[in-house]
Design a protein around this ligand. Structure first.
Ligand code: GAP
Length: 513
């Protein structure tokens, strides 16, 4: 299936089954904003819980906070967002479409990488078992030529971005003959910087209002509370503060469904360390975060690390964990070594000390920070991407199934009486009462059992329990597995234990350790 079609299929599936709706749809929607429906909110909350439990419950040296979206405007001056939170934008004069200049170049580089990949595949076919990847990459003339091009573009792009040289950035786009995907023309405007923060005004008395911003990241709420948490929680370095919350960015190129939105949610953790130990902790968190993603079982090949070409103004090391979305590999999570930049900036702008007193050395210092920052909506999209399957079945019929990791599924269990009479619905309700204290359960008695299974497959319910006449006689039910469609008969009294080992939080979390 073409990647574009795959994204389209996901979007329509999300709408049809109550995962995601376009925001204010009755007014034709609002670009790049979405509402989560009855299934979506359950999945989203479960993803949050997985992150929150792993950060705070499983790490005794990480605590959480929930800071306000509005912050004192000086926060954003100190953090550098007022002056430097810009995107370099370029317009195509024919299509009138606006693009991020760096994204156009990244896409060009991705195409070159795909060329190399194709050469490798050809080589593998030609040489079979004798294929030596290292030798092939080092000697194949087509690969070498493409790699040289990639290196050159990388170098020029990095320099232009680091120097904020917008003219050179534009020249690179012209030199590479990059065309607008809509008009197909190379008729580009100048590159301009555009600040991404939304602003509004605060103040009840006319004339006394001041400009405030909707936070573009949750991180600053953590930094300004660093000492509050450290002192009130008697935290010892190294320690972390985690937060989940909304962030807002006036994204100009907001496309690709919930991948890039103007209102979205972040799950961020700032880990405060002793200066000089930051790169060791940076490596630690790279590994820990990768493990966390892989624990969902969505395939190791769907993730890769990407080191940043241009380091943000605050970082001395940074990488992304990329996921293989329907649009290709794109950023899912950022891991940044932010040095002492933020705390020092806030010290300078507030005039307050933000230092840690180390009782073992009797010294005070401004800690360094490792940040892990993942977009909740992007994680949601990654789960959907990996889970969505259209399958042809042995009997010739088809099904669409979401193979969502069981602990994250909106509903864990569906309880289905085989028929709507003979006391089977009552027995089904008894089972629901037993399970609903611990799990989300759906009851469905309408249509044939096959149709009901399909409905549960489409929303990703991992287990369907069917109550039949035998259930009344011997207290057993059939339990059907979503992914294999296999059924087994088990005792009603063993259901709780069974589900505990298959779809509980502890089943998922214990795999991490
Ligand atoms: N505090 C650091 C920070 O905000 P970032 O790389 O700008 O770093 C972190 O953002 C994560 O937030 C990204 O990896 C992405 O998952 C998510 N994110 C950023 N902009 C987004 C947008 N417009 N829509 C959805 N998610 C976004």
């Amino acid at each position: 299936m073409e990647p574009k079609d795959r994204l389209k299929d996901l979007i329509s599936h999300c709408k049809e089954y109550g995962f995601i709706f376009p925001s204010s749809e009755i007014y034709d929607g609002l670009a790049a904003t979405y509402d989560y429906g009855q299934m979506g909110v359950e999945l989203k909350n479960n993803i949050k819980t997985y992150w929150w439990k792993c950060m705070t419950q499983l790490n005794s040296h990480i605590v959480g906070i929930d800071s306000a979206i509005f912050m004192h405007p000086t926060t954003w001056k100190a953090s550098g967002h007022v002056d430097a939170f810009n995107d370099p934008l370029i317009d195509n004069k024919d299509s009138k479409k606006r693009y991020r200049a760096d994204v156009l170049l990244e896409e060009y580089l991705e195409k070159q990488n795909q060329k190399i990949q194709k050469e490798v595949e050809k080589g593998e076919k030609r040489f079979g078992d004798a294929f030596d990847m290292e030798q092939f990459l080092a000697t194949n003339p087509n690969v070498l030529r493409t790699q040289e091009k990639i290196n050159e573009v990388h170098h020029r792009m990095k320099k232009a971005l680091n120097d904020s040289n917008l003219e050179d950035l534009r020249q690179l786009i012209l030199d590479l003959e990059i065309v607008c995907p809509i008009s197909g023309s190379k008729n580009w405007t100048e590159v301009r910087q555009f600040n991404l923060m939304f602003s509004t005004s605060l103040g009840s008395v006319a004339g006394e209002s001041s400009t405030i911003y909707l936070r573009p990241e949750t991180a600053q709420g953590i930094f300004v509370n660093f000492l509050n948490v450290q002192k009130s929680g008697r935290m010892k370095i190294p320690f972390g503060i985690a937060q989940i919350g909304k962030a807002f960015r006036n994204e100009i190129v907001a496309r690709q469904f919930i991948f890039r939105m103007r209102e979205f949610e972040q799950m961020e953790m700032q880990f405060f360390v002793k200066p000089g130990e930051e790169l060791m902790w940076y490596e630690h968190w790279k590994e820990a975060r990768k493990k966390w993603h892989l624990n969902l079982g969505m395939g190791e090949g769907n993730y890769r690390f990407h080191d940043h070409i241009k380091l943000a103004h605050y970082a001395n090391a940074a990488c992304d964990i990329e996921f293989n979305f329907p649009m290709g590999f794109k950023e899912l999570e950022g891991i940044h070594s932010r040095t002492d930049f933020d705390l020092k900036q806030h010290e300078m702008h507030s005039g307050k000390k933000l230092q840690y007193f180390d009782p073992s050395t009797n010294e005070s210092y401004v800690p360094y920070v490792i940040e892990t920052s993942v977009g909740l909506d992007r994680l949601f999209l990654s789960v959907l991407t990996a889970s969505y399957h259209e399958e042809k079945l042995e009997d010739g019929s088809e099904r669409t199934v979401l193979k969502i990791p069981p602990a994250l599924a909106p509903y864990k269990i569906a309880v289905l009486p085989l028929v709507k009479k003979d006391g089977l619905p009552e027995k089904a309700q008894e089972i629901i009462q037993m399970l609903r204290m611990n799990y989300t359960v759906q009851y469905d008695e309408k249509d044939s059992i096959g149709k009901r299974y399909r409905r549960q497959d489409a929303i990703g319910t991992p287990f369907a329990i069917t109550v039949d006449h035998e259930s009344l006689q011997n207290e057993t039910v059939t339990i059907r597995h979503r992914d294999t469609m296999l059924q087994e008969r088990i005792g009603i009294q063993t259901l709780t234990e069974y589900l505990q080992s298959h779809c509980s939080w502890s089943a998922l979390l214990s795999k991490l350790h």
